[in-house]
Design a protein around this ligand. Sequence first.
Ligand SMILES: Nc1ncnc2c1ncn2[C@@H]1O[C@H](COP(=O)(O)OP(=O)(O)OP(=O)(O)O)[C@@H](O)[C@H]1O
Length: 331
Amino acid sequence: MAAKEAEQRPNPTVEIKNLRFTYPGIDGHPPPGSTPLIQDFSLSLFPGDRCLLVGSNGAGKTTILKILGGKHLVEPEMVRVLGRSAFHDTALTVSGDLCYLGGEWRREVAFAGFEVSFQMDVSAEKMIFGVAGVDPQRRDELIKVLSVDLSWRMHKVSDGQRRRVQICMGLLKPFKVLLLDEITVDLDVLARADLMKFLKKECQECGATIIYATHIFDGLEDWPSYMVYVAHGKLQLAMPMDKVKEMSNLSLMRTVESWLRKERDEDRRKRKDRKAKGLSEFENQVEGTRATGDPVHVASRALNNGWAGGRMHSTIAGEDNFFLSSNRVLR
Ligand SMILES: Nc1ncnc2c1ncn2[C@@H]1O[C@H](COP(=O)(O)OP(=O)(O)OP(=O)(O)O)[C@@H](O)[C@H]1O
């Protein structure tokens, strides 16, 4: 009976097993004596899951999404997306099956593949219809969902209007796994609600899996089917939304707020204890960087501890990085 049930269960679309990840220092290697930023992180998600990824600033959400999006190198068995290694199997992203819309995308989609800036004197129509191989029905639906006016000139629109065009373009190709790193910041309440409704439908009707990292919980009460809470690069909680609701009778925002408050109080207490013992207040500080190494993995530098020459983009915020940016969302 159990075997039959296991047989009927779909394969996970996202599978993370004991993930460890360390950002390299300036020499391309983790600073000696440091500890991994992401540790002991395991998670399985299935077709149809709408996962909300929450955690305080610096918890590791973006890092996890980028690893899933194949932007950082990790051991292939640690992260599987649609049964494949996102970093090694570039066909996953090229086909559109795996789609990452996050910080880099916000800056780069402006010219990546289209060779035009999102702030050029070009119409929204030209931008959107310039994407080849798209189902016209899906395109029409997205234009409607995001209320894009095709006559908008991209150099004259507001940040939110530009964002709508950008999101529309990002979603034109159907995806099986979508990774969203807070892309709705500039959207008005209506645009955001309609977009989240569209994304929910993609999961329910097409079996897509979405992981959405956000700090904005307005109107999200009934959106997620699954919650993941991460703190200091470690998984604190991963459970279906029904279970979260059983655990807490507070609103989604208040629930998350209570977790973060508890985490902050605990951090403060630890810092106070360390200070009282004459130790440095902050743990894991190596040469002023939070990017820390793993002595065990130093031996396996073939995997480069996350550094992928030529593929890992700079995440250093600065004017130079935003020259052709579609907006000014700095991370
Ligand atoms: N390229 C990098 N090199 C070294 N450390 C980095 C790099 N990018 C991020 N970090 C560090 O990794 C930690 C996790 O960052 P990450 O961006 O994943 O957090 P986050 O949970 O997405 O935060 P936020 O909610 O503020 O977006 C932070 O302490 C950050 O300083």
